[in-house]
Design a binder for this molecule. Sequence first.
Ligand code: RB5
Length: 156
Amino acid sequence: MRISVGSDHRGVAMRQKIISLLERLGQEVIDVGAHGTEPVDYPDIAAAVAKGVSRGEADRGILICGTGLGMSIAANKVPGVRAAPCHDDLSAELSRRHNDLNVLCLSGDIVGEKIVDRLVEIWLNTPFEGGRHARRLDKIRTMEGENGNGRCPSQA
Ligand code: RB5
């Protein structure tokens, strides 16, 4: 798979660890930064990863910020992106089985170094179940269309 990976300044160390893991697993990595410890705005990084996934330039994305929350809020504004923070094995597994999560958001501050590789591997290897979950995702796609690709009608 081709996986786009990005972090803000609070996730740089975790991003580097995840990139090493992905490379060991033979995945193709697109690293969108951030490349230093200077503070950056997480929506800029979320946009780079999410737009790459939305356009099909990457199969999936991984985003890391302090909490994983800001990245997921921003990434979900991009059509076709299903992003959420996962902090444990079960959320990583169900995010794939039920939600077909294509952008994994992680917390550089909360998720421990010891479990992050496991979370990423679970998320990489767990299939989407389809069936009733596919019907629910179709409803989310309909909402995206109704709202003009993620913008609220009141802002149109
Ligand atoms: C940056 O200080 C912090 O707000 C960011 O990393 C993230 O936690 C936002 O949700």
